[in-house]
Design a protein around this ligand. Sequence first.
Ligand SMILES: [Zn+2]
Length: 642
Amino acid sequence: MDVKGGRPFAPSFGVLHEGLREGSDPVMRPSQGVFSSMAKTKASRAAPKAGRAAAPASGAKRKAVPAKAKAKRSGARPRSDGGQSERSRLVELKRRIREMANLNAGPERGAARTSDKAKAKPAGAAAGKRSTGGASAESRLAELKRRLQEASDIAYACAVLGWDQATYMPKGGAPARGRQGATLSRLVHERLTDPAIGKLLDGLMAYAEGLPEDSDDACLIRVVRRDYDKAIKVPAELVARRSEVASASYDAWTRARPANDFAAMRPYLERVLDLSREHARYLGPYDHIADPLIDDLDDGMTVASVRALFDALRAELVPIVRAIAEQPLADDSCLRQRFPEAQQLDFSIAVIRRFGYDFDRGRLDKTHHPFCTKFSSGDVRITTRVKENDLGDALFSTLHEAGHALYEQGVNPAYEGTRLDSGTSMGVHESQSRLWENLVGRSRGFWEHFYPQLRQVFPEQLEAVPLETFYRAINKVERSLIRTDADEVTYNLHVMLRFDLELDLLEGRLKVKDLPEAWRARFKADLGLEPPDDRDGCLQDVHWYGGGIGGAFQSYTIGNILSAQFYAAAVAAHPEIPREMTRGQLGTLHAWLRESLYRHGRKLQPDEIVRRATGRPMTIEPYIAYLRGKYGELYRLPARPA
Ligand SMILES: [Zn+2]
C-alpha cells in the first residue's frame, strides 16, 4: 500500500489526508498542494456546508490579529480606537490591513525597482514608510518569507488536526474537525493567493535574476512565483464548488462501494468529471486537458511524456507478467499465521530505526489507512495498521511510510516555513517509499540480516520456515483485482489502466455510464482477470470519487521507475551498499539519498534532481533491469531475447 497523503502532499502543508479515506492508499503529497489542491483534499473530509458558513467569521478574526500586531510592531501609527464603536473600529481595522498590505508590497504601481523607489521617496520621508532606499529586495524577500511562514504555520497546524483525526480523535469529533480543517485550509489558500504576494514577487524578479541560479533565494522566488501564478488562475468559487462535490461524492462512495452500486455514483462521477475539466481549463494553455492536472503533482510531466514512459514500460512488463503467470504461485502461507500486534510493531520500529528514521523527530501510531505527515522538520510522523493474521501488512506499510518520512526528515531545515520545505514531486516522493519498501525491504540481502531477528521475535511461527521460503512469500507475484494489494510486477498495469481510462473520460471519448464495462474489458485484456463486480472493479479506488479525475495515478508508477533509478545510482556511487545491507547497515545508502535528493526539498524541479542525482533523465532501464534480475531468478524466467 502506499503512503498516505492528501492531494497536496500535504506534507508540505500537512494535508496528507487522502489515506484517511476508505480504500485509498495514503500518499504524501508534495507541497504544491497548498496552493492548488489543499481545498480538494480537505474538502473530502470536511463537512462542507458548516465549513463554509463558519469560515468567513473565523477568517476575519484571525486575519485581524496579525495585522494589528504588525501595525504595532512597525510603529506605523498610534492606535486611535479608544471609545470607537464596533463598526468604526472595524472600518479602521480594515483600513489598516489595507495599508499594511500596501506597505508590505511596496509601491502600488508595479515594478518599482529599488532605485526608482529611492528617488521617489527619500528615506525617512514619512513615518511608517520604513526602509525606502533599500526597501529593497532584501526587505521584500523578508516580507515574502514572513508571509510564507505564516501560511505554513496554519497549514501545519491543520496537519496536526488531520493526524489527530486519523489516529486518536473520538468519533464525535468528526463534524467539528471537518469544519476546522476546511477553515484552516481556506485561510492557507487565502494567505498564499493574497495579491500582496504577487506584488512582492513582481518586485523580486529582477533581484532573483541577479542571484546565482542555484541560490536558495533564487530558487525560492522561482518556486513561489510558479505556485502563485498557478493558484490564482483558479477562481476560489470553483475551488469551493469542487470541495462541496468532492465531499458529497466521497460520502456517497463510502456507501456505494460496499453495496456494489455504481449507478448511485454515476451522477457524482459525472459532476466530478465536469469539474475536473473546468479546473484544468483555467490552467491552460495546454496540449492535453490532463496536462495541468498531472503537472499539479508531477511538475513538468505531461500526458505525452507519461504515455511515452508507460508505453515503453508496458511493452517490457506484459511478457514478464505472462511468463510468471505460467509458473506455480509462490506459497505465502507462512505470512498468514497469527502474529501478535505488539511484536509486529516492535519489529517494524527496530527496522525503520535502522533505516535512519529519527524517532526524536517523529513517531509511529496506528490508523486505518497508513500515511506520513509533517508538522515541521523536527516532527515527521508516520502511521501504520496491523493485521494479526498477515505479517506483511504492518511491516511493509511501515517501511513504505518510513521511506516518505526519511525524505521529509532529510530536507534542509533552513527551508522550513518556505515553499521549499518538502519533497519535490509526488512521483519522486513515491520513489523513496518504494525504494525503502521494495528495493531494500523486499530484498534478499536485507533479510539475510533481519530474518534471523524476525525469527527470534516469532519463533513458533517461523522456526520451520527457511529464509528462502519467506523471501519468496514476500515477493509473491499474482494477478489480482485490487491495486493496493498488487505486487511489484503487476502493480503498474493497474496504474496504466486507470491512467488511460481517465484520459478517455477527460477527452470525452468514454462516458461515465460506460465506465464499468470499459474497466472490465481493459482489465481482462491487461491482467487476464474479469472483475466479478464493480466494487472490486471501477469503484475500488477513492481517487475519482474523492474529488478529481486525472493527475494522480501516474505518480505511483513514476515512483516505481525512479525508485530503481535512484537505487542504481546510489550503488554505482557506493558499490558496498548491497554488501552492507546483508549486515543490516543502511547508513551509506541513506547518506547518499540525503545528500543527492532529500536535502534539496523542492528547491530543484523533479527532472533536474533526477538528472543531477543519477546522471540522466528519468528512464525505465534500471527498473526493468531490477525486475528482470529479481523475478527472473525467483521465477526462473527465460533470458531476455537478444
Ligand atoms: Zn507512498
